[in-house]
Design a protein around this ligand. Structure first.
Ligand SMILES: *[C@@H]1O[C@H](CO)[C@@H](O)[C@H](O)[C@H]1NC(C)=O
Ligand SMILES: *[C@@H]1O[C@H](CO)[C@@H](O)[C@H](O)[C@H]1NC(C)=O
Ligand SMILES: *[C@@H]1O[C@H](CO)[C@@H](O)[C@H](O)[C@H]1NC(C)=O
Ligand SMILES: *[C@@H]1O[C@H](CO)[C@@H](O)[C@H](O)[C@H]1NC(C)=O
Ligand SMILES: *[C@@H]1O[C@H](CO)[C@@H](O)[C@H](O)[C@H]1NC(C)=O
Length: 427
């Protein structure tokens, strides 16, 4: 039965493909030709997979369209390559996750909803939306998440909305992504990633809803995008290098974050990250680097420039004592992921708690931390604390933080401080 449906679809496709290819030189397929209902009620996952399998094999540029004016309900799907290059998924309609997917009981609950893997030269674009359907979590609901009782049937990891694995030369443009149960857009073990003009939105109180999450991914450009969520705006994890963010607005959320790195004494390597022309509003942090004690490896060559903050609790943070729970995990250890070469240039705006917190490791102080023209003032009178600088070496120029002791960054040989232990980057 299913195979006859599939072969009928294939036949239709061949005709459609031939017609489209003749007129434009690129092939356009619609999921509607593969039996998708697009009514927001019927599960269109099978139709999408059938369409994908055909689109994937068409040589030359192919566009697989989810047309506007339709709502495509999809159960979790994996769309995998290898496919012919220049395949585009054009989302003009709305793609919907099953309701309450984030609280499905564990055996059924997927790790990701739209799972793309093994693709090269692939794009997602369009004027449509991808909606995770997660109800906004009230603080009460959020606390139920951690206790694993009540509304959320079982604790543990909730699905990432869109995930790319082992994919190269991927671009995601123009779409809106909202209401994920967890991370919205994740790239894992990938490279050559471009995200542009994307809007991500989830409530500020939705737990663990990172906007864009990068791990083991190189050569990334995130531009002209607006991200609001309940966790990190952009989260950069180990194995990432050459990451460039430009013209990104984060509101609300936890700001741009490198880490937590080095958990459970692991190796962490992050280098060559630039975030420029960034706006962070109504957030816990502005730009942050967080590492666990006991890790190895390094965070190197990081630049934050032209960062405007408003109503941010702590705009600038390096925390080498990061720990997301109490107890033995957080005991002091001697090793640390080294942090070397972090520049803050023109970070300006208002904070609600502490303008700057540089808490670096006793074993591996932060070196080459430079500040140029950092101007932060309290959003309101009272209730704030003074900046902290612990084991941070570097240089501050043209810096006006109220109130800031000029000796915040310790100078030693200018930028670099000779380390007490032999320094091995490992990375
Ligand atoms: C950005 O995306 C929106 C929504 O899809 C679209 O309307 C707009 O034209 C895009 N802007 C650019 C410059 O592509
Ligand atoms: C919290 O969960 C309950 C179900 O237990 C739901 O009815 C309510 O709408 C949720 N609150 C919010 C703000 O979504
Ligand atoms: C990625 O794109 C670049 C430039 O368009 C090209 O040179 C390179 O071969 C592509 N790499 C892969 C793995 O597709
Ligand atoms: C620092 O990172 C930037 C951005 O990736 C790169 O252009 C530059 O060459 C790097 N500098 C060093 C010394 O590695
Ligand atoms: C760990 O080290 C920091 C900095 O030296 C110190 O403030 C803190 O009290 C120590 N914590 C424990 C549990 O020893």
């Amino acid at each position: 039965m299913r195979s006859s449906v599939a072969s009928a679809a294939l036949l239709v496709t061949c005709l459609v493909v031939a017609a489209a290819a003749r007129s434009t030189g690129r092939t356009t397929l619609s999921v509607l030709s593969f039996g998708a209902a697009g009514n927001g009620v019927t599960d269109d996952a099978q139709a999408l997979v059938a369409a994908w399998q055909v689109a994937c094999r068409v040589p030359r540029a192919t566009v697989l369209v989810l047309p506007s004016g339709h709502r495509f309900l999809l159960s979790p799907v994996t769309l995998q390559g290898p496919c012919s290059a220049k395949l585009t998924l054009q989302i003009d309609g709305t793609v919907l996750a099953p309701p309450e997917m984030g609280s499905w009981p564990k055996p059924r609950r997927p790790l990701q909803w739209l799972n793309f893997k093994w693709l090269q030269g692939f794009s997602i674009q369009g004027t449509g939306a991808v909606d995770g359907g997660q109800q906004s979590a009230s603080p009460a609901n959020a606390s139920q998440t951690s206790t694993g009782t009540g509304h959320w049937h079982s604790p543990g990891v909730k699905p990432t909305l869109i995930r790319f694995y082992n994919s190269f030369n991927v671009s995601v443009r123009n779409i809106r992504i909202s209401n994920s149960p967890q991370c919205h857009l994740k790239f894992d073990s990938s490279g050559g990633i471009r995200v542009k003009n994307v809007t991500i939105s989830s409530p500020g109180d939705s737990p663990n809803t990172d906007g864009i999450h990068l791990q083991n991914t190189k050569d990334v450009e995130i531009r002209s995008s607006t991200i609001g969520c309940g966790d990190d705006c952009v989260s950069i994890q180990t194995g990432c290098s050459n990451v460039h963010m430009k013209n990104v607005v984060c509101n609300p959320g936890h700001g741009i974050s490198l880490g937590g790195l080095g958990k459970d004494n692991s190796l962490a390597c992050v280098s060559d990250v630039v975030a420029e022309n960034i706006v962070v509003q109504n957030a816990l942090y502005g730009v942050r680097i967080k590492t666990w004690q006991g890790g190895v490896g390094s965070v190197r060559n990081i630049t934050f420039s032209n960062v405007r903050v408003a109503n941010v609790a702590t705009p600038i943070a390096i925390d080498q004592f990061y720990c997301d729970r109490g107890g033995a995990r957080c005991a002091n250890r001697t090793g640390a992921v080294a942090i070397a070469g972090v520049a803050y240039r023109r970070v300006v705006g208002t904070y609600t708690f502490q303008p700057l917190r540089l808490a670096c490791s006793d074993a591996r102080p932060c070196t080459g931390v430079t500040m140029l023209d950092v101007r932060l003032s309290p959003a309101a009178a009272g209730g704030t604390v003074a900046p902290l600088c612990w084991n941070s070496y570097g240089e501050a120029r043209g810096t006006i933080i109220q109130p800031l002791s000029v000796g915040c960054l310790q100078r030693s040989n200018g930028y670099a401080m000779p380390l007490t232990q032999p320094f091995n980057y490992t990375c």
